[in-house]
Design a protein around this ligand. Structure first.
Ligand code: ADP
Length: 743
């Protein structure tokens, strides 16, 4: 081997190694790049795998979820189905349990479903099952005689029943089945055009109603019988009681020892009290039985109030009470109302006020406003009537009870007052009947105020008073009481008079001396016998010609006193303003008249008086009561006799009992009125005498042609007063001159 060769070989070897190294390096680089590429691929691949894994996992979860939901829906559906089946079963079980029929008709009016009770109504009719048209059902009912058609034709009934379903609101209909049962049909349009029909079995209800109806009829009959019994009883009780009271009154008039007088007066007052109780009970039972009817008619409220006040004036005067009426000057006086009932109500309220007051006053006040309500054909007034007293009052705990039945305030303060405790109960019911209301305000020891609110149609608008009475400009009013003075002053000022108020007669004389320009003096005094007549005498003594008018509680008594002739007029008090006005107008300017010269009694015949009265005792009482009168008296024992005596005896006046056998007082008076009309004879005054001391009867009796009205027990004063007033010209005065009835 050579060196060259060796070197060559070495160089070649080195070259080869270098080339190999370069190749290796390149291949390493390439490998590295490939590795890096691979790594990237591997990462992205693993990323993809992860993603896909997640996707698969979520798909799996989703799938699981869906699987769960699906089974839930399935079970829900199953549950719902079961519930629906159960609900329907329950519904039908319930519908089958009730005894009433239930059916549903579809939109086409064919029976969709019905319970057994409904289908049971058509027993034996196989045709009746779901699917049958309503019309056919009705026709079957009518043709098979299932329903009582009340005499109508089947076709008409079917048509009516079909028409019923077409109405806007379907009214329930009661059917009587031929089986005797009663069915009430209640039908209602349901949603979706269905018609639901209920057939209620009301047989038992009807039976109960019948029973109740019968029971009510029986109760009403019993109540009527009770009322009739009470009415009869009270008549039977009153007739002898009237005898007792009348005789006792006569007894009191005779010469008696003090002890005997006490006994007689006790008999009389007890009898009177008993009569009041009997009347109250009768009246209450009449109201209870709803047999009280109002009879409205045009009437004068102001006058009525004054009549009530006048009636109670003696009682008030005896107790030293001032009794005043304050009637709103701008209020109409004529209204449409039942005067008898209104009088009854007011008499009770004012009577109570007087009864429960020992000192002070009782004031009846009326105010009102016009109201349109309740007056279709004219105006009406809402009236406010109050009766105020300064009496014992009522404790708050008793206030709400006093309008109840048989309720009296029971305590030390009013033990001594008698009464039935029915007055206010009757009053309240009557006022309710009139559409009004009543209330009370009271303070023990201070007084009470009863108020009544009533709306009444106005019968006549308030008539304006046309200025002062002719010849009158200025007046002096003498009154020691503020209440009366104020009311009187207001009335006179409303007439257009200039009024000077004086507290006493002496003050009036002084005033007149200073200024004689007064045309009238009105003295309103509690002691007219002293103050009034003394003032009259003093006026004349002082040379004054000015007329003096006395207003007092009992004019009849004062008129009988010596010195009364000096007074121009003695008027009752309180007086309605229209009466006061006309009395003043008639008074002035004429000077006071001296008393008329006594006529020659010898030339005239005695007055002829006929008394129709069936009861012997009452005849006796009557005869005794008029025994001092110069009259010719005849009795009739019944209405027929009264008519005969009217013809033969030619009485100047007749006292007519109302309840008499054969022909009662009303019939007799009608017969007399007819006979008078037929003959053109003058009207004979007839005064009714009746035990029917009931309000309401009065109007009825006067309507029968009687002119006046007196209730039993008979009062001597009232009888004598009527005879005296009705004395015709050409007869002797029944009462000797100067003798005044003992009022
Ligand atoms: P009576 O017939 O007993 O008077 P009422 O029904 O009229 O019956 O009255 C019932 C009760 O109411 C009376 O007993 C009395 O206690 C009480 N009362 C009625 N009015 C008044 C009044 N003005 N003052 C005080 N108490 C009165």
């Amino acid at each position: 081997m050579t060196a060259t060769t060796f070197a060559e070989r070495l160089a070649r070897e080195r070259r080869l190694r270098l080339a190999a190294e370069r190749l290796l390096e390149q291949k390493s680089r390439e490998l590295f790049a490939a590795n890096a590429q691979l790594a990237i691929h591997a990462r992205s691949l693993s990323d993809q795998i992860v993603e896909q894994r997640q996707a698969v996992a979520s798909a799996l979860t989703q799938a699981e979820l869906l699987k769960g939901q699906n089974s839930r829906v399935l079970s829900d559906l199953e549950r719902a189905h079961t519930a629906a089946v159960m609900a329907e079963r329950r519904l039908w079980d319930s519908l089958e349990t009730i005894r009433d029929g239930f059916a549903i008709f579809d939109e086409g009016r064919a029976l969709a479903a019905a319970n057994r009770a409904y289908l049971g109504l058509f027993k034996g009719l196989d045709e009746v099952r779901p699917g049958i048209p309503y019309r056919r059902l009705l026709e079957l009912c009518a043709e098979a005689g299932l329903v009582d058609l009340e005499g109508g034709a089947p076709a008409d009934w079917v048509a009516a029943m079909l028409a019923r379903w077409e109405a806007e609101t379907i009214e329930p209909r009661v059917l009587r089945l031929s089986s005797g049962r009663w069915i009430k049909l209640i039908d209602r349009q349901a949603r979706g055009g269905d018609m639901v029909s209920l057939a209620l079995d009301i047989t038992e209800t009807i039976a109960r109603e019948r029973e109740l109806e019968e029971a009510r009829a029986r109760a009403e009959a019993a109540s009527r019988a009770k009322s009739a019994f009470l009415a009869n009883m009270s008549h039977e009780l009153r007739t002898p009681m009237n005898g007792v009271v009348g005789m006792a009154e006569l007894l009191c008039d005779s010469a008696l020892s003090e002890e005997q007088r006490l006994y007689a007066e006790t008999i009389k007052s007890s009898g009177e009290a008993l009569l009041v109780i009997i009347n109250n009970i009768l009246e209450y039972s009449k109201i209870e039985a709803e047999r009280v009817m109002l009879r409205p008619e045009p009437m004068d409220l102001e006058r009525l109030l004054h009549e009530v006040a006048m009636l109670l004036q003696p009682r008030a005067t005896a107790k030293g009470l001032a009794l005043a009426v304050d009637y709103d000057l701008f209020l109409p006086t004529r209204f449409v109302a039942d005067p008898g009932r209104l009088r009854q109500v007011l008499t009770n309220l004012v009577g109570n006020a007087v009864k429960f007051t020992e000192a002070g006053h009782v004031l009846i006040r009326v105010v009102g406003i016009e109201s349109a309500a309740g007056a279709a054909e004219g105006t009406a007034c809402q009236l406010h009537i109050t009766v105020e007293d300064t009496g014992i009052g009522i404790a708050p705990e008793h206030l709400e009870h006093i309008f109840g039945e048989f309720n009296q305030v029971e305590d030390q303060t009013n033990r001594k007052f008698e009464g039935t405790g029915l007055g206010l109960a009757i009053t309240r019911r009557l006022i309710a009947l009139m559409g009004g209301e009543i209330w009370v305000e009271s303070a023990p020891g201070e007084g009470s105020c009863f108020g009544v609110r009533l709306t009444l149609p106005v019968a006549e608008p308030v008539a304006e008073i046309a200025g002062a009475p002719p010849g009158l400009r200025r007046a002096i009013v003498v009154d020691d009481q503020l209440l009366n003075r104020t009311i009187l002053e207001r009335q006179l000022t409303a007439f257009g008079l200039d009024v000077t108020l004086c507290r006493s007669g002496a003050a009036a004389l002084k005033r007149l001396a200073e200024d004689p320009d007064h045309q009238v003096i009105l003295a309103n005094t509690d002691a007219p016998e002293m103050d009034g007549l003394a003032l009259a005498a003093a006026l004349r003594a002082a040379g004054h010609a000015v007329p003096l008018v006395l207003l007092c509680a009992n004019p009849a008594a004062v008129r009988a006193l010596p010195g009364a002739e000096l007074v121009a007029a003695i008027l009752p008090r309180p007086l309605p303003r229209r009466d006061l006005y006309s009395r003043l107008a008639s008074l002035c300017p004429a000077p006071p008249q001296p008393p008329a010269a006594p006529a020659q009694p010898a030339e005239r015949r005695a007055m002829r008086v006929l008394a129709a009265e069936d009861n012997r005792t009452n005849q006796l009482v009557f005869r005794k009561m008029v025994q001092d009168l110069d009259i010719e008296l005849r009795f009739a024992s019944n209405g027929r006799e009264a008519v005969e005596l009217w013809d033969s005896f030619r009485p100047d006046m007749i006292f007519m009992d109302i309840s008499m056998p054969e022909m009662d007082g009303r019939q007799a008076t009608r017969a007399i009125r007819a006979a008078e009309a037929a003959r053109g004879a003058p009207r004979t005054p007839v005064v009714a005498l009746t035990a029917h001391a009931m309000a309401g009867d009065r109007e009825e009796i006067l309507a029968a042609g009687l002119d006046h009205y007196l209730t039993k027990p008979l009062r001597k004063t009232a009888i004598v007063e009527h005879i005296r007033r009705l004395q015709p010209l050409g007869t002797r005065p029944p009462l000797a001159e100067g003798a005044e009835s003992d009022a």
